[in-house]
Design a protein around this ligand. Sequence first.
Ligand SMILES: Cc1cc2nc3c(=O)[nH]c(=O)nc-3n(C[C@H](O)[C@H](O)[C@H](O)COP(=O)(O)O)c2cc1C
Length: 153
Amino acid sequence: MKQLLLIAHTPSPNTQRMMEAVLRGARHPDISGVTVQHIPPLQAGSDDVLRADALILGTTENLGYMAGALKDWFDRIYYPCLEKTQAKPFAFYIRAGHDGTGTRRAIETITTGLRWRCVQEPLLCRGEWQEEFLQQCEQLGMTMAASLDAGII
Ligand SMILES: Cc1cc2nc3c(=O)[nH]c(=O)nc-3n(C[C@H](O)[C@H](O)[C@H](O)COP(=O)(O)O)c2cc1C
């Protein structure tokens, strides 16, 4: 079984539902060769990254940047992973009350340093809450898991 790891910060009911939607999509019954696990960023370490075949990152935008919890995770895993996870496929989503660009730029900068491969267009769920965000998260989870299952990422 291939391992898909979701590192998502969920400080609010909406972001909790987004995380659950990603898991629901990744656990689609037609996808048989992938297991998906969610670990909150403050509880995840470099060993979790090393054993994952692909990653999905989820964060809010706070003060123009990714949540401190996700930044703390990057700070702790960066050097332990740097030489061992090049080309790791990943995707990310952002829940931003009104912007999201600073968070996107920051994640892209750090993951470029890690030489990870972003295999999906970043999902930016911006502005007033929309139930449609949940379908987009579910789709993201399903696409990542199906791509991993098919061996195309
Ligand atoms: C301290 C704080 C700072 C925030 N800063 C930003 C920001 O810089 N840009 C932005 O788009 N949203 C910002 N937000 C809004 C959050 O992104 C939003 O509250 C979060 O994604 C949760 O959304 P929800 O209400 O749909 O659960 C901020 C929220 C808080 C609490």
